[in-house]
Design a protein around this ligand. Sequence first.
Ligand code: ZN
Length: 349
Amino acid sequence: MKALVLEKAHELRLRELDIPLHVGPRDVKIRMHTVGVCGSDVHYYQHGGIGPYVVEEPMVLGHEASGIVAEVGSEVTHLKPGDRVCMEPGIPRMDSRATLEGIYNLDPAVRFWATPPIHGCLTPFVVHPAAFTFRLPDNVSFGEGAIVEPLAIGLQAAKKAALKPGDVAVVIGAGTIGAMTALAALAGGAARVILADLVPEKLALFAGNPAVTTVDVRAGKLADTVKALTDGWGANVVFEASGSARAFDGIFDLLCPGGCLVMVGIPADKVAFDIVAIQAKEVRIESVFRYANIFPRALALIASGQVDVKPFISRTFAFEDGIKAFEEAAAGRATDVKIQIEFPEPAAA
Ligand code: ZN
């Protein structure tokens, strides 16, 4: 089976790879349709690792996926061949303490696609547990299905923030995760999102949304806008979704007393905190590591029209051009948010 394989840093190949496709009783076999290129995939491509996760053996990339069920295991009742689905990429051990406590995303034994040494899904077929495979509503496209994964991170962030109806939220960073977090904050009840980035092309994607105020941080100060829009009180929630250490400079000035900081972005290095600034406002601090029990909610929000992810799918490449898709993603063009890869339709039998 052909796969998009990261041999080592800077070396991607589209080549044959032997991947076992045994369908267990509670598994489904899926013919892949669309896979999104994630910042983490690009980071593995450019650096060969992320923190403690180092690519030591050739690894298939990709974890943001949708496809069509091709075969179901003997005990699977909620899916059948032909169903259009998307897949949650992290599989915990089902009897682990973390799973039983409802925080399966934090299971130390979790197997997550394209996190070494686990292969990702940029290959024509995958076998996946049915419990982590979700049928797409009829009005949700494969492209939308494949962007559910980053949307799930935004929704996990909104959940951790415990937003209240009418809150004002700041989102720092308008890449895929920041954009999905902004959409999630609005769906979660925020009256207004103040979205900050230094790339005007990314902010422009929100131009038509009357509930979003964009701030180009090269042109003006985010703190001034927050002050002006909250009568000087500050935002109820700040979502840090840029992963930039500099974003933390003065970040607590953006919050109202008793406000909440949610850390979504992943900084490359340690970041120093002004603890007194936290104490002076009794800031609640939350963090996000992937998501748990979010995929069905993400699909429901897309299907109902409450969340429109389509403007953030920037370009689509054919699987045969998968390496080009990664080179383009690595180039980091201002007009690209999410780049996706599509598999060819099977030849008619
Ligand atoms: Zn991702």
